[in-house]
Design a protein around this ligand. Structure first.
Ligand code: ADP
Length: 487
């Protein structure tokens, strides 16, 4: 599945000349695949034309045109040196195709451990900018705020809704969020001096913020955690950071950076392209044609008659509820990593489930579990081994289900999505319409039927659609909506 989506322009090929800028304004390096989809979908909603790559693009892969190139990596939870190396390679490709500015995308809950990887990746991206002849970034902003998801930063502390992230979302199997103080957290991850751009410095607009940044830089601070409690604050930061070679954060700041540079929102006001909010209009109708590459206009959503499957490994409260609603309608196979370690053959069970039920609707294979179960599993197996067993199993199951004819593949969880995408060798796709804010379909290349797959299981249209859902994103019915079969 490494080819371009059918109907999309050949690499470096037939993009309409003159309609696309000669180089991406922004090159985004995202630390997981669902984060990459989130930022790609959000920027698309804001009017940007976005190209999405999963994994470091090979050096000879050309840029196909658009305002933004996003490279999604699976570096959030790997060893810091590996994360830094892969991120630098992705940045090298982005700078090589002419990206004017780099954006390091991490989660809006600042997911990382004390060993990294947000700090080490920022260090590596700074070095890559320098290596490519750019000037050393004087200051680098860090702001994960996404007010529309309830993520805000005040006095350097990260909030989820009205609570500190450490209280609201402290439990995570791989990156526990036990400290809400971002200055302190980032300082543990880098040797660069870290400071704060406090909210009161934003009230004077961009000029006031720049003056504070200059003072911080003069005192030796180079990494600056920035407060932002609403979109107006992000707009100030976006204006300030527009001239910075490297900016870091989540979808909120990335969008603010492009405000005023793009032709305008993709749709009047915020009538988003996500169908959770669609008001009976046909898919794609919200988007003015001139803002989208031609391939976006034809096929926004996967046809509902395509066989669908859910693979869930996220343990967020949001995903647990979404899975519960899915399970109330369609069959779900649940497993725990300790069962896999003990020899349970989840792959064979998943194949049987698909063979028995795929004709009547979607099926699900789910490891997601509440915190007490995850803790027990981790105590028994170790945190990394538990995660590895879950991810390997879900990757293998995804590959088998695609071979059995699944053409709508929905994953829940960043690490989980990474495992599935790698196992299914999905390298890039066209960003389609979104089921919910930040949760967009990707249309990837033609699927070659696996050897031994029953002929009737392989639809004539071999296009695979994938929806990589970040754990906390989406309303309670997003999975049901995404996989609902034809009425
Ligand atoms: P999210 O960050 O949205 O919760 P991820 O997929 O990024 O989703 O992370 C969830 C992690 O939890 C994965 O590494 C996954 O393998 C692991 N995991 C999932 N289910 C279990 C389980 N039942 N026991 C232990 N670990 C689990």
């Amino acid at each position: 599945m490494t080819g371009a989506a059918p109907g999309s322009p050949a690499p470096g090929g037939d993009a309409a000349p003159g309609l696309r800028p000669s180089r991406p304004r922004l090159g985004v390096v995202a630390d997981d695949y669902t984060g990459a989809v989130d930022v790609a979908a959000t920027l698309r909603e804001a009017g940007a034309r976005v190209e999405l790559h999963l994994g470091v693009p090979p050096p000879d892969r050309a840029w196909r045109g658009g305002d933004v190139a996003v490279v999604g990596l699976k570096t959030r939870s790997v060893e810091a040196g590996a994360a830094a190396g892969r991120s630098a390679a992705a940045a090298g490709w982005l700078l090589g195709v002419g990206a004017s500015q780099l954006f390091q995308k991490y989660s809006s809950t600042f997911d990382s451990t004390d060993a990294g990887n947000i700090g080490p990746v920022a260090d590596a991206l700074c070095a890559e900018v320098r290596r490519r002849g750019g000037s050393e970034p004087a200051v680098v902003l860090f702001c994960p705020a996404v007010p529309r998801y309830g993520r805000t930063v005040y006095q350097g502390h990260l909030f989820v809704g009205d609570r500190l992230v450490s209280e609201a979302a402290g439990d995570h199997p791989l990156t526990p969020r036990t400290d809400a103080d971002l200055v302190r957290r980032l300082a543990r991850q880098t040797r660069v001096s870290v400071g704060l751009l406090p909210h009161q410095a934003l009230t004077g607009g961009a000029e006031g913020a720049r003056a504070t940044l200059e003072r911080l830089a003069a005192s030796g601070v180079r990494y600056v955690v920035a407060d932002a409690v609403d979109d107006a604050d992000l707009a100030v930061l976006g204006e300030v950071a527009r001239a910075h070679p490297l900016v870091t954060g989540a979808a909120g700041l990335a969008t603010a950076l492009l405000a005023g540079v793009l032709p305008g929102p993709a749709a009047p006001a915020t009538s988003a392209v996500h169908r959770g909010h669609r008001s009976g209009a046909p898919p794609g109708e919200h988007l003015p044609a001139e803002h989208l590459p031609a391939e976006h206009l034809s096929a926004e959503y996967p046809p509902p008659d395509l066989p669908g499957a859910l693979l869930a490994g996220s343990c967020t409260a949001e995903t647990l509820e979404q899975v519960r609603r899915f399970e109330a309608r369609w069959p779900v196979l649940r497993f725990r990593p300790s069962e896999v370690a003990a020899g349970r053959d989840v792959l064979a069970e998943a194949r049987r489930l698909a063979a028995d039920h795929l004709g009547g609707g979607p099926v699900g294979v789910v490891a997601s579990a509440p915190p007490d179960v995850v803790r027990t599993e981790q105590q028994a197996l170790g945190r990394d081994r538990a995660a590895e067993l879950v991810e390997r199993t879900l990757g293998e199951v995804a590959e088998a289900l695609v071979a059995l004819g699944v053409r709508r593949l929905v994953t829940a969880g960043g690490e989980t999505s990474g495992a599935v995408v790698e196992r299914c060798r999905i390298t890039h796709g066209t960003v389609g319409a979104a089921e919910a804010p930040g949760v967009a379909w990707l249309r990837v290349g033609d699927v070659v039927p696996a050897e031994g797959a029953p002929a009737e299981a392989t639809p004539e249209d071999g296009t695979l659609w994938v929806l990589l859902k970040s754990g906390p994103l989406g309303d309670a019915d997003v999975l049901v909506r995404a996989l609902a079969p034809a009425a």
